[in-house]
Design a binder for this molecule. Structure first.
Ligand SMILES: [Zn+2]
Length: 381
């Protein structure tokens, strides 16, 4: 433990150690120095931002402690709830994320092994037939690892999330999906080529709702057509949380001053960091779901593929379940507006989204090729 504060310009063995830790975390290229230089400053800032610490670029007691805790990898040591001195570290964070993905309620995913993490761990152990002792040892590590199937391709995070979804069951019947038509009431959203975003997404939401209902999904809309005041993103998220939804789909249509801008994009909760991966900051199921919606729409329509992206928008951030925002084309683009105006096109998009919902719950080996699955295949699924 270091009682001191280390900042830009400092040198010495403690700085060398800080450099080594940052290097190990992939935040610093070179560890062979004992200078607190600009690179170290930037790495510390980044680390602090990632961990929700006050980002001042100075390594004080808290930053040092969190930096130190970051060295633990799941499996490095036994984990359990110690009342007097709770264990903390990135291995605890991994355990919490894994348990959360598998549907066990750990409370805050904060890297501190508290009583709720202990309860969730016991619950997991009971579920996989292990002694429910609340201690994460070799047997439990193995059980957690077993739930990550060895499949080539794809990110391990996504594969684990997929496995969690498989455990939830492939049957659509009984799942709760909240559909959120953006804007509404006095807020008409983007306008162009004689179309209103609010109106288009209402129509699309109704088409999706009808199809989901036919597969046994309980589909709820965050708003109807008779809205009299604007509906906040937070209120929409709260609605989904109260409904205990499995998935949330928020529907929007984009606009741009440049009429050439066109295409469909999907968004999930998370934040991109160029050149690095920040495990667990992205919602893995959200990312999977966004990718599936994107692929299904692109496979079935001729909209340009503007891909999936991580965002921290309110609706994505405040929902407890996987949430995806779809920006279905640009109302300011003539070609996209033509498509959006067509009921047949909106039917195709509705089907693409419903198929994406089903694909989230299909184990990968049973999953059909993108664009191949049809709604009738899902009847009674
Ligand atoms: Zn919108």
């Amino acid at each position: 433990m270091t009682p001191q504060r280390y900042r830009l310009g400092d040198t010495g063995p403690a700085v060398a150690e800080i450099r080594a830790k940052l290097h190990q975390l992939g935040l610093l290229d070179s560890r062979d120095s004992d200078m607190f230089d600009d690179d170290v400053y930037r790495a510390v800032l980044l680390f602090q931002q990632e961990r929700g610490l006050s980002a001042d670029g100075v390594v004080g007691a808290t930053t040092y402690r969190v930096l130190d805790e970051a060295r633990w990898r799941l499996g490095d040591r036994l984990l359990s709830y110690v009342v007097a001195n709770p264990q903390a570290g990135d291995d605890v964070l991994s355990l919490q994320r894994r348990l959360t993905e598998l549907g066990f309620e750990v409370g805050r995913v904060d890297g501190v092994f508290g009583p709720r993490t202990g309860e969730a761990l016991r619950e997991f152990q009971r579920n996989v037939g292990l002694p429910a002792d609340g201690t994460c040892g070799p047997g439990t590590f193995k059980a957690l690892a077993r739930l990550a199937p060895i499949v080539t391709g794809g990110r391990p995070d996504n594969l684990r999330a997929r496995e969690a979804l498989r455990l939830a069951g492939a049957r659509l019947s009984g799942k709760i999906v909240v559909i959120d038509p953006g804007h509404g009431g006095p807020d008409r959203g983007n306008i162009g080529h004689g179309l209103e975003e609010a109106r288009i997404v209402e129509d699309l939401a109704a088409r999706i709702e009808g199809r989901l209902g036919a597969t046994g999904v309980h589909a709820y809309l965050t708003r109807g057509t008779g809205l009299t005041e604007e509906l906040e993103e937070y209120t929409r998220a709260h609605f989904a949380n109260e409904a205990n939804a499995n998935l949330v789909i928020s529907l929007h249509v984009d606009a741009h001053p440049n009429p050439v801008a066109a295409g469909v994009a999907t968004y999930f909760y998370g934040s991109d960091r160029p050149g690095g991966d920040r495990p667990g900051v992205n919602s893995v199921i959200g990312e999977t779901f966004a990718g599936l919606i994107q692929r299904e729409i692109v496979a079935r329509t001729d909209l340009a593929d503007c891909r999936s992206h991580a965002k921290t928008w309110d609706l994505l951030r405040h929902t407890r379940m996987a949430a995806v925002r779809v920006e279905l084309g640009y109302i300011t683009n003539e070609g996209d507006a033509d498509r959006l105006a067509s009921p047949a096109f909106r039917d195709v998009v509705a089907e693409a989204i419903v198929v994406a919902v089903q694909r989230v719950y299909l184990p990968s080996h049973e999953d059909a090729q993108t664009g191949a699955l049809r709604l009738r295949d899902l009847a009674g699924a």
